[in-house]
Write a protein that binds this ligand. Structure first.
Ligand code: CU
Length: 152
């Protein structure tokens, strides 16, 4: 059953890639990119997305147009306490979706230039490094969503 679902997903993603020739040539397929709404005066934000690389690669840097700096964070439960840790990079295995999601890995936006309201767009530039050290940059537009109102 699991295999069948996987096959369906593969077929679906193949069909999707055909509909978008531009993204099918990109190293990394970036899906469901969204940014959490922020409250006025709140200086930090969090972004989530699913990354699927065609080749083994690492996400080594992220930038956003709404903040001065972006860090890659992991989130783990240690002795009943949520801990965030900054990561130098995230390793993407070829073809394996890597999910940045609430409660887990995320992009942390520091020094927000303005409050993030539902429906706003945030432009990211992600930098990936291949096994041969080649560097590739990809743009992604994320939509600001209120987590309470979103299905994520
Ligand atoms: Cu964080």
């Amino acid at each position: 059953m699991k295999k069948l679902i996987l096959l369906c997903l593969l077929l679906l993603s193949a069909a999707h890639a055909q509909a978008e020739p531009a993204s099918s040539t990109a190293l990394v397929r970036i899906q469901d990119a969204w940014v959490r709404t922020s409250h006025p005066g709140q200086a930090i934000g969090a972004a989530y997305m699913t990354l699927t690389s065609r080749q083994d690669a690492r996400l080594v840097e992220a930038r956003a147009d709404v903040s001065d700096s972006v860090e890659i964070h992991s989130m783990t439960m240690e002795n009943g306490v949520m801990k965030m840790r900054m990561l130098e990079s995230v390793t993407l295995s070829a073809g394996k979706p890597y999910k940045l999601a609430p409660g887990g890995f995320h992009l942390m936006l520091f020094d927000l230039k303005k409050p993030l309201r539902p429906g706003d767009s945030v432009n990211f530039v992600l930098t990936f490094k291949l096994a041969n050290q080649a560097v590739l940059k990809q743009n992604v537009k994320a939509t600001v969503q209120d987590p309470a109102a979103s299905p994520h």
